[in-house]
Design a protein. Structure first.
Length: 278
DNA sequence: CTCAGTGTTCAGTG
DNA sequence: TCACTGAACACTGA
């Protein structure tokens, strides 16, 4: 369930459970894919007895800064999440699927127990998530080349204009490019363009001043609002396209009754409303 | 049985 | 370097 808001929700959960605590036990599955070839013992050795100093995030990447390196980096892929024992998870996925309350949860990849009795788990059903160890926290030398984070690092409108200047990419693809805006995923990109009233197939170079301003405002706005409600879909405003795009039937319509179209852009299904986006 | 899916990466082309 | 495509990864749930 990971785009920026879900990752931020996970980070906060983890921060509350882990920061200031010492890791006293680690349970790590032998999964060379999710752990990028690392053996469970490597991971356990790196985490055991360490104190978590901070839980950080940039885009969809979350990492713990420990009192001593290396530091763990988490990426949820398509289906990852953090769970804290006794704390409500994000119950509603986009399609309204329920998360069960079993402990340890299904699809656990790593579990950590802390000196205060708390427990944190990362789950990952589809195994497209990754857990790595890095020598330095990613604050400076990035694990990957990430652009601005729309929650914590949203550029001013003039700076945004500068970032876009000279680029010719199709808008939907640009928003999805993590080197441009880190943390934006498929539904956020569509939501931003819907609220900005811009056709997702257009090129960024074709936007006039007003359109660029709307794009900037809605990118910031959508992300902030989603984070403000802890990524709970049932608390997203009813006017958001998000609520109406999943049925995907020929009869799909937005809040105002306008038909929703589906096209593939950059290999991803894109929902948009021709009546409202030019 | 088939297929889409909140994601990333890499190879290859222009 | 940029822009774009297609394939690969892996597996659940409809």
């Amino acid at each position: 369930m990971p785009e920026l808001p879900e990752a931020e929700f996970g980070r906060r959960m983890a921060a509350e459970a882990a920061v200031g605590r010492q890791i006293v036990a680690v349970r790590c599955q032998p999964d060379p894919i999710v752990f990028c070839g690392r053996a469970p013992e490597d991971i356990e050795r790196a985490l055991l007895q360490r104190t978590v100093v901070a839980a950080c995030r940039r885009g969809k990447y979350i990492w713990f800064e420990l009192d001593r390196g290396p530091h763990p980096v988490f990426h949820f892929g398509m289906t990852g999440a953090f769970r804290v024992r006794g704390v409500d998870p994000l119950k509603l996925a986009s399609h309204g699927k329920q998360v069960d309350d079993a402990w340890p949860p299904r699809f656990e990849k790593i579990g950590m127990a802390f000196d205060d009795g708390g427990e944190l788990v990362m789950t990952n059903a589809r195994r497209l998530g990754r857990i790595r160890l890095v020598e330095r926290p990613l604050s400076e030398p990035p694990l990957v080349d990430l652009g601005f984070d729309p929650l914590t690092d949203m550029p001013s409108l003039p700076a945004f204009r500068g970032l876009v200047a000279g680029r010719t990419a199709v808008l939907k693809s640009l928003l999805l490019d993590q080197r441009f805006s880190a943390g934006v995923g498929n539904w956020i990109a569509d939501e931003v363009l819907y609220q900005a009233g811009i056709d997702p197939r257009r090129r960024v170079s074709s936007l006039d001043t007003g359109e660029l301003k709307r794009l900037h405002a809605r990118l910031r706005g959508v992300v902030r609002q989603a984070v403000a409600v802890d990524a709970r879909k049932d608390r997203f405003p009813r006017s958001w396209l998000f609520h109406y795009r999943w049925g995907k039937g020929a009869d799909a319509r937005d809040h105002g009754g306008s038909p929703i179209e589906f096209v593939e852009i950059g290999g991803r299904t894109t929902a948009w409303v021709p009546a409202r986006q030019r």
